[in-house]
Design a protein around this ligand. Structure first.
Ligand code: MN
Length: 137
């Protein structure tokens, strides 16, 4: 790990792949893992209607909402609204999805780490429209 300031916009904004996300989603790397840390920080911006597929994280994930209005669901639980300043704690190996509200964008920081084998995220099927548009709890 090299001491430095990583300047804003050093890397290009990437469009999230449509085999893992639905709709228009942008990813900006805030910090990539540097030994001995395994921490990865990504700023993710979801256009209205944009969301992740269902997925799990090997050692969990922390989301911190920066702007907009979003949605989050853990399998078996209700769809929940998330707003700026909210922190979502996602335990290891727990199926879930996150994204924007249908009519609002949402931007969050995503903080995650890999496990001893290097595994971080397992991507699964897309969230059905009917599940996504369920009124938040
Ligand atoms: Mn996640």
């Amino acid at each position: 790990m090299i001491p430095r300031i990583v300047r804003a916009n050093e890397g290009p904004t990437k469009i999230a792949p449509n085999d893992k996300f639905v709709g228009t989603v942008y990813q900006d790397q805030v910090f990539l893992p540097e030994d001995p840390s395994r921490l990865r920080v990504t700023r993710v911006t979801f256009a209205p209607g944009g969301r992740t597929n269902w997925h799990t994280h090997a050692v969990g994930q922390i989301l911190y909402v920066l702007s907009g209005v979003g949605r989050y669901q853990m399998e078996g639980g209700p769809v929940e609204e998330i707003r700026p300043g909210d922190t979502v704690v996602i335990p290891p190996k727990t199926r879930h999805w996150h994204g924007a509200a249908p009519d609002q964008m949402m931007c969050h920081l995503a903080l995650s780490e890999s496990d001893d084998t290097g595994a971080a995220t397992d991507w699964l099927e897309a969230v059905e429209d009917g599940d996504y548009t369920e009124a938040p709890a």
